[in-house]
Design a protein around this ligand. Structure first.
Ligand code: TXA
Ligand code: MG
Length: 344
């Protein structure tokens, strides 16, 4: 298959919309990461997304909409039946990097939701993304446009690295602002539960809603301490996540990744020791350190992992960042890209 490169002009977006309407796959930029879009209501098209990504089919997709009315047909009983909290978030946080899990309507094929009776919905901020959804004239199911297990793509070039020849088209937009995927929040219970942390933080949601927002148990330890969160792999006795996608190997470059925690001195010493050891084994080591700016770390992490792969590094030492605020979501990606290999 020849993957067409499209621009962000009106004519090309119209063409991209047609491809989606006729059951094809188009990768497109969003403010978080690039998505791999298909008609969310077309079971066959959605099935081909799983195939192109090599993704397990129990891992549900996020359905992207362009305007509030688009939600009506997707959720059980229509938009007016969603909880008051969900209404507030839709109003205050969309368009933006927040995904809400809601009870699904019969219109959404179960292949889109990985067999669940809920559907994840997001209205992206990115203009190109919204124009594409409008041009397609239907909701667009889109996982991140990487091969399953790889770091999410934050440039069109990253998308082509994984998907060239496997999908119909790529919209060649710019680099994504946020750099990690949207916050996923389950709105089906009495109080919201964060299933996947992101740049929209727990504190932010609590501020908007005026109620308590919880983390899924898989994201925090028994004691509930966020600092020690997420540190044991589910297959080694760690808690099992509720969001199906959170249980798979994720965000991994070809290089081995090790996460190093600790203050400046500890970090320096560990990196030195491990770096020397790597050299002795004939490996080429790299270091990623982002200081204490979680937004910058989010923006660069996946891009850096892919770039270091291109440059042929064998082992990447990432300095753990503080888990306050958006740092929590960034650490979540760091830990997963390291496959839970955390040097204490
Ligand atoms: O920022 C994003 O969210 C990007 C862009 C393209 O919008 N998309 C994205 O999709 O990250 P994906 O498929 O890579 O991740 C979707 C996550 C997975 O962890 C999946 O398990 C979870 O959302 N999810 C989707 N539907 C769900 C549902 N009904 N219940 C619980 N979790 C759900
Ligand atoms: Mg993904």
């Amino acid at each position: 298959m020849n993957t067409i490169r499209l621009n962000t002009n009106e004519e090309d977006i119209r063409r991209a919309g047609e491809i989606i309407r006729s059951g094809g796959l188009v990768a497109f930029p969003t403010e978080t990461v690039y998505g791999l879009g298909a008609d969310a209501l077309n079971a066959e098209a959605v099935a081909s997304v799983y195939k192109a990504k090599g993704r397990p089919s129990d891992n549900p997709m996020i359905v992207h909409i362009a305007k509030m009315e688009d939600m009506d047909d997707l959720v059980d009983g229509g938009t007016f039946r969603i909880s008051p909290y969900a209404k507030i978030l839709a109003k205050q946080m969309w368009p933006g990097p927040l995904t809400m899990v809601l009870k699904k309507s019969a219109s959404v094929p179960t292949v889109t939701t990985g067999g669940l009776d809920t559907v994840a919905i997001r209205m992206p901020m990115d203009e190109t993304a919204r124009s594409l959804i409008e041009a397609a004239g239907r909701p667009v199911a889109a996982p991140s446009a990487n091969k399953s297990g790889r770091p999410s793509p934050t440039t069109a070039y990253d998308v082509l690295e994984d998907m060239d020849g496997r999908i119909d088209a790529v919209i060649m937009g710019g680099q994504c602002d946020v750099g990690i995927e949207s916050t996923v929040v389950d709105m089906t219970g009495d109080e919201p539960v964060i299933l996947r942390p992101g740049i929209v933080t727990k504190e932010w949601l609590e501020g908007v809603l005026g109620c308590e927002v919880h983390y899924d148990k898989a994201l925090v330890t028994d004691e509930g301490t966020e600092k020690e969160a997420m540190r044991t792999a589910p297959d080694q006795g760690g808690p099992a996540p509720k969001s199906p996608g959170m249980k798979y190997t994720h965000y991994s470059p070809k290089a081995k990744v090790r996460l190093i925690a600790g203050d400046d001195e500890t970090f320096g010493n560990r990196v030195m020791e491990l770096g020397v050891e790597a050299f002795r084994e004939g490996l080429k080591p790299a270091i990623l350190e982002y200081g204490n700016d979680p937004n910058k770390a989010a923006h660069k992490l996946f891009a850096d992992l892919r770039e270091l792969d291109r440059q042929g590094y064998d082992i990447i030492f990432i300095r753990a960042i503080d888990t306050k605020g958006a740092g929590f979501g960034v650490m979540n990606r760091m830990i997963k890209s390291a496959g839970y290999d955390i040097v204490k």
